[in-house]
Write a protein that binds this ligand. Structure first.
Ligand SMILES: Nc1ncnc2c1ncn2[C@@H]1O[C@H](COP(=O)(O)OP(=O)(O)OP(=O)(O)O)[C@@H](O)[C@H]1O
Ligand SMILES: [Mg+2]
Length: 475
């Protein structure tokens, strides 16, 4: 598994390219997709919701689902069989040599600021074979569109009834944003076309989709719309802050923006700042420790032994088993106990896994358990990522020319206590107040701030009155 992280510049700013923001018409049917590195969510409003923003239930709860998709191929037809947790489970149960199954997870990572990115960028399926990344994204968007229109709204609305918003990190370059737009057209969001149904073989020319109803598709900046949501929550509790910083820490990006709100209108006072560290780099750091225990960089020999099943077992372990425990460390427990995949244990053997002790972990061969203490996790697994995040938050504070009242902390990894504790320290040093969105009840959770805020923004697009960064809406 390619889990080690390329060194990236810790901090970059978007360029200042002043552009006029297109005027958007009022809309009563709005759908938004938060296409996150780790997770997906959809929210909407229609006349029947009475103006309220509703989050679409994509599995048993309103929680976001993992950005994972499984597609089955039958002759030349491709069918999405599952997304989210179910897709992850299906991958785990995959049989050796399953040739007709294609699986992708966390593809947004590939859209990070990479000079080599373009519309023909390829992505490998976990089960082998290369595909055009843009088409993979289009399959995911097509499926989410179906979930909203068919499953949730029982076909009472058509896709073209909606104005669609897709959220993107503020630090993304124009090329990645353009790819999201193109994928949205491929998914038929703004038309009533069924959306993508087959992959173009890699190497063949990639057809350009027709750009139907371009005015019905907007991209919105994630931290900005999260701020709109946070302000909305603040209203419930009293007069909201006037000058504030938003720190959105997700699976793959830290996105920071600073706003000044006057007469109900927002001016963005700093260009977006951020970097590509987030919750996922913690999973990658944990993977690196495991690789060290078994002395197998990238689990190369394990994967070679049985590529599909080994990758599936590692993915399940790192992005389901560890992922679950990672969210509760420090809250309910001072150590985490993980069950190692049977396939991994039988490949490396107990003796090799006993080397965990050298790294101050406990391996118990009887039930294949690995126990890791809080201090080790904090120091070796979380700290490298948290340090990079804090570096970025500090840099944003250094850019401030005026005081701020509040810091809104949103995004799933913002909920990690190792992160919030350190951000509080930075704020204390700058004598501000940390404002955390109170985790009341679904859907008012910080990780739903982006998707809910995106719908709120589209209801009142003029709320963002000016920005110093390059304009994004409508590109
Ligand atoms: N309580 C928690 N403690 C620690 N980490 C958490 C917690 N809740 C969520 N996370 C982590 O936050 C990340 C997901 O956050 P979020 O859903 O905001 O990301 P995303 O929107 O998919 O990514 P991005 O915005 O970077 O593209 C995951 O890495 C997850 O493990
Ligand atoms: Mg996010």
């Amino acid at each position: 598994m390619a889990l080690s992280k390329r060194p990236l510049p810790p901090l970059r700013r978007a360029e200042k390219i002043p552009k006029a923001t297109p005027v958007l018409q009022d809309s009563s049917c709005i759908a938004a997709i938060d296409f996150g590195t780790s997770s997906l969510s959809v929210a909407y409003t229609t006349p029947t919701t009475g103006g309220d923003v509703k989050v679409v239930r994509l599995h048993s709860t309103l929680e976001r689902i993992p950005n994972a998709i499984i597609i089955e191929k039958d002759d030349d037809e491709y069918e999405v069989t599952d997304v989210g947790h179910q897709a992850q489970n299906s991958l785990s149960n995959i049989h050796k040599g399953a040739k007709n199954v294609i699986y992708f997870e966390r593809v947004k990572k590939l859209l990070e600021r990479d000079k080599s990115l373009d519309r023909t960028t390829e992505v490998s399926s976990f089960t082998g074979g290369s595909y055009y990344l843009i088409e993979v994204i289009a399959f995911i968007l097509t499926h989410l569109k179906k979930k909203l229109l068919a499953d949730h709204l029982k076909r009472n609305y058509k896709s073209s009834d909606f104005d669609w918003v897709i959220t993107v990190p503020a630090i993304w370059k124009a090329r990645a944003r353009r790819m999201m737009r193109e994928a949205a057209y491929m998914a038929g969001l703004t038309s009533d076309a069924p959306g993508i149904t087959r992959f173009t073989p890699v190497g063949s020319p990639l057809p350009r989709p027709e750009e139907v109803n371009p005015q019905k598709l907007s991209l919105a900046l994630e931290p900005e719309v999260a701020a709109i949501y946070a302000q909305h929550q603040s209203h419930v509790l009293g007069p909201p802050p006037r000058r504030y910083m938003v720190v959105d820490i997700g699976g793959g990006t830290v996105d920071i923006t600073v706003h000044n709100k006057r007469n109900g209108r927002i001016s963005v006072v700093l260009p977006p700042m951020g970097n590509t560290w987030g919750g996922t780099t913690v999973n990658e750091a944990f993977s690196a420790i495991l690789e060290e225990i078994v002395d197998d960089k990238g689990f190369e020999s394990f994967i070679k032994s049985d590529p599909i099943r080994a990758k599936a077992a590692l993915n399940k372990f790192l992005y389901e088993e560890f992922e679950e425990k990672k969210k509760i460390i420090g809250k309910k427990t001072k150590e985490i106990v993980l069950t190692l995949p049977a396939l991994l244990v039988s490949f490396y053997g107990h003796d090799k896994l006993q080397k965990a002790r050298k790294l101050k972990m406990e391996y118990d061969p009887d039930p294949n358990k690995l126990t890791i203490g809080y201090d080790l996790l904090e120091e070796k697994v979380f700290k490298p990522t948290v340090d990079k995040i804090i570096e970025c938050v500090r840099a944003a504070f250094d850019e401030l020319t005026d005081h701020i009242d509040t810091v809104y902390l949103v995004g799933g990894f913002g909920g990690c206590q190792f992160v919030s504790k350190r951000i509080e320290e930075v704020i204390t040093q700058h004598r501000g107040i940390l404002y955390e969105i109170i985790d009341l009840e679904c859907p008012e959770q910080p990780d739903l701030a982006v998707v809910s805020g995106a719908v709120m923004w589209r209801k009142d697009p003029n709320i963002i009155q000016s920005r110093v960064a390059d304009a994004t809406y409508g590109i």
